[in-house]
Design a protein around this ligand. Structure first.
Ligand SMILES: Nc1ncnc2c1ncn2[C@@H]1O[C@H](COP(=O)(O)OP(=O)(O)OP(=O)(O)O)[C@@H](O)[C@H]1O
Length: 339
């Protein structure tokens, strides 16, 4: 994982509390966080395999932010609201200016991606918080009778490189991905529903979440075995009374809860689970290569065409998110890593 990304990419990391398995095993926390720093101290039993003092020294990593969510009673505990303030709000600022944005949650199975993205129960994650905030802002903007906003939602999952519509789960689990000459890749027949309030969107989210492909692994009771892509398309139309023209701004927000990265041995995967794991790891490594190629292009390390080809087409996930990751107006991809 790249450290603190400047410019258009932000990388943050979040540390969750121990789960019951870790508590039962008497695990010790080796992570410390302060502002943007994450410090890992090798456990004392690492001394057996250590080649020298360097292997035992604490290692510090800098991210755009490091969120300490290990212990709710800690005054430094970073809650769901902290993530929304730092990531969701600036993302909405950009979207209302007409820029595409995306957030990816990346991390090992059971590390807290779905908790941070969707949330469980009343502990809403960044997706519902973004939706709620978006409708509040729309309410403010529409006080001006010359401004009208519409929000469209789609929710899909990519499971073993096949696309399923989570808002219309009765459709076959293999929607076709096509390319439009001007707007780029899209999913044929994917439901795109117009929503007028947070309540409406919340109901759709609940339905979609129930339809996700989950399975129990050794590392998480309800492990997401697919990448889930929740997309909001915000369109603002403003009638300019001076020019008598209507101006339109559109932005796409892609909020992606990636399937857990994992080692087959840790998850106890065999058979179908093992095949899923291999597909998951393959598409995650493509995502890594796409982000690395975009970083090389943006820092000028490589030039477009001259070895600087971005391998979007190597996985369904990166192909579908092409315009959010590196399109003309992609402003703010953020990556949340969980440990
Ligand atoms: N910041 C947090 N605070 C409290 N509990 C958390 C936090 N993050 C995760 N958890 C808990 O840890 C468990 C695993 O989290 P979650 O299901 O979000 O993992 P995941 O990374 O989405 O896993 P998978 O890739 O297998 O779907 C859940 O029971 C969740 O409630």
């Amino acid at each position: 994982m790249a450290p603190a990304g400047g410019g258009n990419i932000k990388v943050v990391v979040r540390c969750r509390p121990f789960n019951s398995r870790e508590i039962d095993r008497g695990s010790k926390c080796i992570v410390e966080m302060k502002n943007n720093q994450t410090v890992l101290t090798p456990p004392s039993d690492a001394a057996h395999g250590a080649k020298g003092p360097k292997d035992l020294a604490p290692k510090a990593f800098a991210f755009d932010r490091s969120y300490w969510s290990f212990d709710k009673s800690d005054p430094d505990y970073a809650g769901q609201e902290n993530l929304h303030n730092d990531l969701g709000k600036p993302l909405l600022d950009n979207a209302f200016q007409g820029y595409n944005n995306c957030i990816f949650a990346y991390g090992q199975t059971g590390s807290g991606k779905s908790y941070s993205m969707m949330g469980y129960g009343k502990e809403h994650g960044i997706i519902p918080k973004i939706c709620q905030d978006m409708f509040e802002r729309i309410g403010g903007l529409q006080q001006d009778k010359n401004t009208r906003c519409t929000v469209e939602v789609s929710y899909l999952e990519i499971y073993n490189e096949r696309v399923r519509d989570l808002l219309n789960p009765s459709t076959k689990g293999n929607l076709k991905v096509r390319e439009h000459p001007s707007t780029g890749p899209y999913v044929e027949d994917l439901a795109k529903l117009v929503v007028g309030s947070f309540q409406e969107i919340e109901n759709l989210m609940d339905e979609g979440n129930k339809a996700r492909t989950v399975a129990a692994t050794n590392m998480n009771e309800t492990s997401s075995r697919s990448h889930a892509v929740f997309t909001l398309i915000l369109t603002q139309k403003t009638f300019d009374t001076d020019t008598k023209m209507e101006l339109e701004k559109q932005a796409k927000i892609s909020l992606v809860d990636l399937a857990g990265s994992e080692r087959a041995t840790s998850t106890g995967a065999t058979g179908a689970r093992l095949k899923e794991g291999a597909e998951i790891n393959r598409s995650l490594s493509t995502l890594g290569r796409v982000i690395a190629a975009l970083a090389d292009l943006s820092t000028g390390k490589k030039k477009k065409g001259a070895g600087g080809t971005v391998p979007y087409r190597d996985s369904v996930l990166t192909w579908l998110l092409k315009d959010s990751l590196g399109g003309n107006n992609s402003e703010y991809p953020a990556l949340c890593r969980f440990c």
